[in-house]
Design a protein around this ligand. Sequence first.
Ligand SMILES: [Fe+2]
Length: 325
Amino acid sequence: MLAIDHKSDNSVEILFERMQDVLASGSDALTDSEVNGVYKYEWSVRVENIIAVPLSCNNKIIGMMIATNLLDRNDFDTNNIRLFNAVATECAIFIGNQNHFMDLKELLIGSLKALVNSIDAKDQYTRGHSDRVAIISKWIAEHYSKSKKIGQEDIQKIYLSGLLHDIGKIGISEEVLKKPGKLTEEEYEEMKNHPAIGAGILSEIQQMSEILPGILHHHERFDGKGYPKGLAANNIPLMGKIVMIADSFDAMTSERTYRKALSVDDALKEIEANLGRQFDPAIGQIFLKSDITKLWEILQTGQNDDQYHDSSIDFGATAIGALVH
Ligand SMILES: [Fe+2]
């Protein structure tokens, strides 16, 4: 929109201040005409005439709409001023709505992060687990997308389901959650409720509906011996299969109160040994054949690299954006 050939870096700021002066004096626009041309031709020689009108939102000027160099006349007239103000009003409404949308999106991201942190805060040994499962899930989904038809939006949804997979643990008692060692049958039954509790919490947020399969089914096993539904093989949604591998890999390579962390190699061997039992063989193979050293580097730094332009936090924001159309 801006057609000023900058004489200096701050020419836009100067124009903005001048436009505000003109508006304060009761005009609807800054023009550079000879009639009210106190600002005449201080811009580049190629700017022969100019009009600047405010973009106002909630009685605040949030920007300007500027045009220069009328083709067939010497300067902008009152009709142009009216037309420009009408268009600027529409643009300002649009920009204002966009800003509200961004605020809402940030609020939603903040709320989800707070929810995730509240789970991780319950148990210091699982701190950071949700973030890492999200990164690993994204990693698997990206490698999977090279051979299958899933797009960027699917990858974003899988990332979010990884981030929120254990959100239902908020409804599990701390004694069970933090118990070192094996759970009793009763305790295990309680623990098994967390996927359904998580899906229940998020089902209250309409935009989250598309990531619910990853939350509800991240403990389903390929052989059908998982929970909550006991789904097997291809009845398990893709999101569930991917988060299952990501969750298991991170759990095995993290230290817990009752056991030491497995080495990366041993964790990979464990996954390989359980292909077709706990894990989907095809997706498991995709994970095993990927550059795990690189993934490990990303997990340690918490930052994605050249191949993954955004940090995981930015990716989370983009992913939420894909859900909140
Ligand atoms: Fe879980």
